[in-house]
Design a protein around this ligand. Structure first.
Ligand code: NCD
Ligand code: ZN
Length: 402
């Protein structure tokens, strides 16, 4: 048994000075001055949060292991306070068959981070979605309405409808990449919402980035549509002006939006209009990013920087700690059916993270764990960093003094 002592624990919606006793089986006791035998972990002056859950990562591996693999991606995740990742299927080879999902599971099970998987949808595998839904670790399906890395696109409306219908039958969540190049986001959001209404599919809208798109989705949610809204840190921190300046380094799908959209996203996040934040960790090497603009790949790394960015936003008063926990832990756990995760409770999983809200550090390339070896946030001075991470009660990360 381990006993975290002296920390402020985020428990039942607020920080409270409590001890926490846990092991690999879960959280056993939470209370003031616990009288429990075990290894004492002093955490005076620190804060304990439930482990973060990143609902949108691309950990590559297989034929793209030079960009990231489950080992490096996992180490990056836990260094960023993330204890569970949900991995996307646009790999080489794509995760669209039971066989590839099994091979991916075998790699992921050796990673320090816990995981769930999205299965991809192609015109060919549509009849097998029921079977894919029963594969262990599958939390949902991913449908790409437009071209992006990996080429998993369902462009025809009739096939999209069939995909929504078949996913609805499985009761899993359908995560949708609503973006055809050059179209306004709201147009594609509207198509996805209509399909969700007519088929009853549980819809998750990935990486929203415009006011119009978010508002349309939110109105539908208020009208009772089963939809959740995701945004990503790069839409909160960068705009199309930055993209023009920094070229391929900020080339990402969907593309960055206007400063007004960025400001609106912060409001929408704080007010609960947006349900969750996910990194869309999409690593590519600097060599690949150095290609001429048209040939450079879309995507930015982010799994290890999302929490420090959000903690910094808390320190600046842009976001409450409560909202941070909701959008990056509680909501993703609820939406994707991750049992006993997303909150600190007795009997729940000991996926925990200790943070130092006062620690100030520059985000440095040398400190990164991702195999792609860079971050668009290098040089950002951030206040608030994870210092220890536990996955199922096992310590998987401890920050060295730097
Ligand atoms: C992603 C990638 O590289 O896998 N790229 C990106 O720009 N976000 C694919 C995706 O999520 O669209
Ligand atoms: Zn993505």
């Amino acid at each position: 048994m381990k006993v975290l002592r002296g920390a402020e624990v985020f428990f039942e919606g607020a920080l409270q000075r409590l001890d926490l006793a846990f092991d690999e089986e879960g959280i056993h006791r939470i209370g003031p001055d616990l009288d429990v035998d075990g290894e004492v972990l002093e955490a005076e002056g620190l804060v304990v949060l439930p482990g973060m859950i990143d609902a949108h990562v691309h950990f590559r591996d297989f034929h793209e292991a030079h960009k990231e693999d489950w080992e490096t991606g996992g180490r990056a995740a836990v260094a960023g306070g993330v204890t569970t990742v949900l991995d996307m299927p646009n790999n080489d080879p794509p995760a669209v068959t039971p066989q590839i999902l099994r091979e991916k599971r075998e790699k992921a099970e050796r990673s320090p981070v816990d995981f769930g998987l999205f299965a991809g949808i192609t015109p060919e595998n549509l009849p097998t979605l029921g079977e894919l839904a029963r594969e262990p670790r599958v939390v949902g399906f991913k449908l790409y309405m437009g071209e992006t890395t990996g080429g998993l696109v369902i462009a025809r409306r009739s096939l999209q409808r069939e995909a929504f219908r078949r996913v609805a039958d499985t009761d899993k969540v359908l995560a949708v990449h609503c973006q055809r190049p050059g179209r306004p986001e709201a147009e594609d959001v509207e198509i996805a919402l209509d399909l969700a209404v007519t088929t009853g599919a549980k819809l998750h809208l990935c990486h929203l980035r415009t006011r119009e798109g978010v508002q349309l989705a939110y109105e539908a949610k208020r009208d009772g549509v089963d939809v959740t809204l995701e945004t990503c840190p790069h839409y909160l921190y960068f705009t199309e002006e930055d993209a023009r300046e920094r070229g391929t380094l900020l080339k990402v799908n969907p593309p960055l939006a206007s400063p007004e959209d960025r400001d609106y996203l912060w409001e929408a996040l704080a007010e609960g209009v947006i349900d969750l934040v996910a990194s869309d960790h999409a690593p590519h090497t600097l060599e690949e990013k150095a290609r001429p603009y048209e040939k450079a790949p879309f995507g930015l790394p982010g799994v290890e920087t999302t929490l420090p960015l959000l903690l910094d936003a808390v320190s600046r008063g842009r976001l409450s700690l409560q909202r941070l926990v909701e959008v990056f832990s509680q909501k993703p756990a609820e939406r994707f059916g991750l049992r006993d995760k997303g909150r600190i409770r007795e009997g729940w999983r000991a996926d925990l993270m200790v943070v130092d809200l006062e620690k100030r550090l520059l985000l440095r390339r040398e400190a990164l764990r991702t195999k792609c070896g860079w971050s668009p946030y290098e040089g950002f001075p951030l206040r608030g960093w994870p210092v220890r991470t536990f996955v199922q009660g096992r310590e998987v990360f401890r920050k060295s003094e730097d």
